[in-house]
Design a protein around this ligand. Structure first.
Ligand code: NIG
Ligand code: FE
Length: 408
């Protein structure tokens, strides 16, 4: 039974209490057996039977639960750096999309890419994410938009889940946008999603969640309701890209559908906040997306005050959020979303676990949970987020095994 000793500040991030309550233990230790935590507490209380065990030293630093990036579009072909340069000069995300760029240009590149090419690229991203303290990643399809190309993307995630140590959670996002070959017949594409894609994804068990881009410029609330109802009946849990560009009732639909999460939410209405709080839908803030699209960031404080649990994720994708730096997204959520470092930490751990329905196994450092945790080069969460400099993860453990160690 290995142990981690000399933890200066252990942020256990247990679910109980408010968003800011991270249930810290000072001068702590963690013990685990195989992949599961067996003991957590003050080091002075460590039972004597642990004394002769293999011990790791946290050097008095901060230890946090393995971070969970609960919203990414991990597998895609190509990049879109040209659009980035256009956006900073004043072209909007929507203008670029309408001119044939945006999601559709990534669809073209993703269709061209082989399964192996997508796999290799995504594998490389995961390795880099592990260096940041991330141990679990939710991954969406949505750049294939044909039966074959959506399956190809989801198979990449299935292979990654088997071949490498990071936890992968797959989400089907066939309703990301209408592909070019259906541009004059959106109804036929929606029928394809409903009648062929969802049943196939469910039958092959290629995804656990079904997401949708609910937006006037993508799928209307009525269309979204239809698609998510079908997905739910097929056993996929709904998730939504909601109220990102316009206040169109996405949050309210998330509540109605009992979605695991509603994400983006920059334009959420007061009614939407109320409905999500009542239904217990996790709100996922994606501050890198609002930053890179030059949109007003989400006021997360308003959601937390309204009773919504707010998770933080990167939205990593080649268009609106081309960075997988979750600690950076956390720092932005402090500064722009007005949450404290403790609140964003709970947002990237236990509440992120709730957004992917894994809170029984992941997201906090407690007996019985998987032994996922990271040592951060800071004395506590406040200092980590305040003196933000990147590269502060010293060691990262997944299921009790070393996933990454920074060379000194
Ligand atoms: O989450 N909002 C829709 N989809 C993605 C963007 C995808 C893209 O630009 O390629 C998002 O921001
Ligand atoms: Fe997204």
């Amino acid at each position: 039974m290995p142990i981690l000793k000399n933890i200066g500040f252990l942020a256990t991030c247990k679910d109980e209490g408010e968003q800011g309550e991270i249930h810290p233990i000072k001068n702590a230790a963690i013990a685990w057996q195989n992949d599961t935590i067996s003991w957590v507490g003050s080091e002075s209380d460590l039972p004597s039977e642990y004394n002769n065990e293999e011990a790791f030293d946290a050097d008095g630093k901060l230890v946090i639960p393995g971070l969970i990036d609960c919203h990414t579009h991990l597998a895609f072909g190509g990049w879109r750096s040209d659009e980035f340069a256009m956006r900073v000069q004043g072209k909007s995300y929507l203008e670029i999309a309408k001119a044939g760029g945006g999601i559709l240009s990534t669809v073209k590149e993703t269709r061209k890419a082989s399964e192996d090419e997508l796999y290799e690229k995504a594998f490389g991203f995961l390795k880099e994410m592990a260096k940041l303290g991330v141990t679990t990643v939710e991954c969406k399809s949505g750049y294939g938009l044909s039966l074959e190309d959506e399956m190809k993307t989801l198979r990449v995630y299935q292979r990654l889940a088997e071949d490498q140590p990071m936890h992968i959670i797959s989400t089907f996002l066939g309703a990301h946008t209408i592909p070019p070959e259906y541009k004059d017949n959106r109804q036929a594409y929606i029928d394809l999603v409903i009648e062929e894609m969802i049943p196939r994804v469910a039958e092959k068990e290629l995804a656990e969640f079904c997401d949708i881009f609910a937006e006037d410029s993508a799928f209307t609330i009525e269309e979204s309701r239809r698609i998510l109802t079908t997905a739910k009946a097929a056993g996929l849990t709904p998730k939504l890209h909601a109220d990102q560009l316009t206040s169109c009732g996405g949050a309210e639909l998330a509540a109605e559908m009992e979605a695991a999460s509603a994400d983006h939410l920059e334009k959420i209405s007061d009614k939407g906040i109320e409905a999500m709080a009542k239904a217990g839908v996790v709100g996922v803030t994606l501050p890198l997306a609002s930053l890179y699209t030059q949109e007003e960031p989400l006021n997360c404080r308003k959601l937390v005050d309204g009773g919504v649990e707010v998770a933080v994720a990167t939205d990593f994708n080649p268009g609106s959020a081309p960075s997988y730096d979750l600690p950076l997204a956390m720092m932005l959520t402090c500064n722009q979303g007005r949450l404290t470092p403790a609140e964003v930490l709970k947002g990237a751990s236990i509440y992120a676990a709730k957004a992917i329905k894994r809170d029984l196994k992941l997201g906090s450092i407690e007996k019985g949970k998987l032994a996922d945790f990271a040592i951060i080069d800071a004395p506590d969460p406040n200092f980590w987020m305040y003196h933000y400099k990147g590269g502060q993860c010293l060691r990262n453990f997944k299921k009790g095994r070393k996933l990454y160690e920074k060379s000194s």
